[in-house]
Design a protein around this ligand. Sequence first.
Ligand SMILES: Cc1ncc(COP(=O)(O)O)c(C=O)c1O
Length: 393
Amino acid sequence: MLSEEVARFLIDPDEILMIPGPTSLSSRVRFAMALPQQSHVAPEFYNAFKENLDLSRYVFGNSSGHQFIITGSGTIGMEATAVSLLEAGDQVLSIETGYFGHRFTMLAEIHGAKVETIVTPLGKRADTDQVSKKLKEKKFKVLLFTHVDTSTSVMNDVHALTEVAKENGVISVCDSVCGVGGAKLNFDELGVDVILTGSQKAIAAPPGATLLAVSKHAIEVMERRKTPIASYYMDLLRWKPVMEDPKIYLTTPAVQVMLGLHEALLEIKEEGIENRWKRHETNAEAFRAGIEGLGLKVVPDESSRAPTVTTFYVPSGTNAGEIQETIRSQLGIHIAKGFGEYKDTMLRVGHFGNVSATDIIALLGALELTLSKSAKIAKGVAVEKALPLLKSA
Ligand SMILES: Cc1ncc(COP(=O)(O)O)c(C=O)c1O
């Protein structure tokens, strides 16, 4: 039994988590994490970790490169990539489709790179021709881009960006923290150099693990560096032998997180990655149809929308934070406000992992009920628009 002190901080199991991560956990994942503490060097854990690597290869579509799982949040995966690949003065092109693109720019700069940016207009994915032109103007070492930027819900054309990087002999690095496990992506087919993610979004595991697929070429570039990698924990070359033989001790992994991740990855395999992509697309389409049915505007344009997260404007005269709080406190559904300067004007909804069709309908109903008290919105239309899309899936 939990102490009353701790129980005060827990959410009611009936509440629905639709923030853009972390997402709700299946009972299997929660059960795995509640088992007695295990030794991190016992064969049981070592085998579970090895299986995590194999299962994550399946989820990433990675049979050609190296696979890493390291304790830490998604930012550790970003920074490990930056510190391991980049040397002082290296030229980097960073595409910013929102705040997380900007974070990658900052990380590359912190680790000594000279970074140029392409900042896309709000709601628009990167223009491949513009990127291609820039890559031809001078020799860049690395192209950084975000798959789905969780701050704007803009999805880039990962395939096109990887192709232009390859054409120009540039290392391609994709932050797919808000993509892997929900948005279509295959490491081998893309031929991208690095794809990284966090455990807490579309994989539907708890926060605390970062997962990376890294090409052989990227590893060779790290091995050929002129200067040593200036980090102990985030040096991917230091982790490489551990991933080949997880019996080797480097640091103590977050055992419970890895066990929860194991169940979550197994659940993805059972669902089938392609079925999972399809389910995410269907739920996202239905949600957006409902939002537009309410007369609200989705932030990304048609070609830049993501199957994992959606950002939309609240009606003028209403406040996003107040709507978010009413829906949370009165109806038990957790969504997020807009990011930074958009905190009053936008809402963000994560529809990934275990979010179901029923959750989509519940949120549309909750939005209609809440908004109709303070704004003029179309009534009864949201669910009517969303339902046929969910039913035909
Ligand atoms: C696209 C993207 N990249 C990076 C991150 C950073 O991940 P973390 O918060 O797990 O460090 C996030 C977190 O929301 C994200 O959405």
